[in-house]
Design a protein around this ligand. Structure first.
Ligand code: SAM
Ligand code: SF4
Length: 332
């Protein structure tokens, strides 16, 4: 079957699929979800690995998708993850995962052997006490070991995601940059988005990417090709250290949205297709999957949802509507 590019109404080609495989998590990062009170999906509502793979296969075979990222919730808490990785790797795409990294010290090698290529590991403090306060888990050592295990397993690149929140960890930007330079991993500083389950988000605690870049540039000069960092279809603006010590990225989802180059769609753990992280509507793929729908039915539903993709979100503007679901329920 010859793949046909999937174009949205703004002529952007959609070719990147984010799959959430669970809404559950073994951490409780304060900027993401409350410590108590999250309601988890019943097991039978989650798409099975076969269902997830079928959706992914249609995206690849029919629409030429090139990359798939597995996320959650925390994807490593779902049983038999290597099985899913193997199925998705067989599709021949660039396969990546975003994880909190806590179990990677014993999982990374098997995930790499199963076909995972790239990994993003989240870490929001390098201070054990603060890490525990942010995640509600005393797990900094495990996450750092997970980063090492990922490097040793040959996952490439290994990137570290750090959500910067004013008053929480914005005094660690240079520590993180130094960590990335020393380890040879790309730090990706992320602006805090209004998608936390606890409803604590406020604009005053968003640390603008420009501030993060300026702080790093003052210590270790950065090269910003094109005058503003390298922005490709990935959301990060990526800068190179002038002294050759690698790269560092910022994801300015709030202050400088990258919607004009967005090439992704998302499937939630229970099979709802979303054309944007901030969507307020979804298409129920699980209903089609479990109602005897054909591949043509699924492909039509995906096309129709992409056909409704908007120009972009409008955080900070009066008409912005916060989605009912939080980041961990959508799949970050
Ligand atoms: N549990 C995994 C992890 O933490 O990497 C994967 C899911 S998590 C929702 C994906 C990414 O979203 C992580 O890098 C996390 O730090 C980030 N994230 C979570 N809530 C966020 C928020 N409100 N604003 C910005 N980023 C957020
Ligand atoms: Fe869990 Fe990731 Fe959210 Fe932290 S950011 S609570 S690890 S889903």
């Amino acid at each position: 079957m010859v793949a046909t590019a999937l174009l949205d109404p703004y002529n952007r080609t959609v070719r990147d699929l984010r799959i959430s495989i669970t809404d559950r998590c073994n951490f409780r990062c304060t900027y993401c979800m409350p410590e108590e009170g999250m309601k988890w999906l019943p097991r039978d509502e989650l798409l099975t690995y076969e269902e997830l793979t079928r959706v992914a296969r249609i995206c690849v075979e029919r629409f030429g998708f090139e990359s798939i990222r597995i996320t959650g919730g925390e994807p490593t808490v779902r049983a038999h993850l290597p099985v899913l990785i193997r199925h998705l790797a067989e599709l021949g795409v660039d396969l990546a995962m975003t994880t909190n990294g806590a179990t990677l010290s014993h999982q990374a090698a098997e995930l790499a052997r199963s076909g995972l290529r790239r990994i993003n590991i989240s870490c929001d403090s390098l201070r054990p006490d603060r890490f525990a306060a942010i995640t509600c888990r005393d797990a900094l050592g495990a996450v750092l070991a997970g980063i090492d295990a990922s490097l040793a397993a040959g996952l490439d690149p290994v990137k570290v995601n750090c959500v910067v929140v004013r008053g929480l960890n914005d005094d660690e930007i240079l520590d993180f940059a130094a960590f990335g330079r020393a380890k040879g991993v790309e730090l990706r500083f992320i602006e805090w988005m209004p998608l936390d389950g606890g409803g604590q988000w406020n604009m005053g605690q968003v640390v603008p990417a420009t501030e993060i870049v300026a702080a790093i540039d003052a210590e270790w000069p950065l090269v910003a090709p094109g005058g503003g960092g390298v922005r490709d279809s990935a959301p990060a603006e990526s800068y190179t250290y002038a002294d050759g010590a690698g790269r560092v990225g910022v994801i300015a989802s709030v202050t400088r949205p990258f919607c004009e180059s967005c090439d992704r769609i998302r499937v939630t753990a229970e099979g709802q297709l979303r054309n944007c992280l901030f969507s307020v509507r979804e298409t129920d793929l699980r209903g089609i999957l479990r109602g005897g729908g054909t591949d043509d039915d699924l492909a039509s539903a995906i096309e129709a949802e992409v056909g409704r993709k908007w120009a972009g979100h409008s955080i900070g503007q009066v008409h912005f509507t916060r989605p009912a679901r939080s980041m961990s329920q959508i799949g970050g």
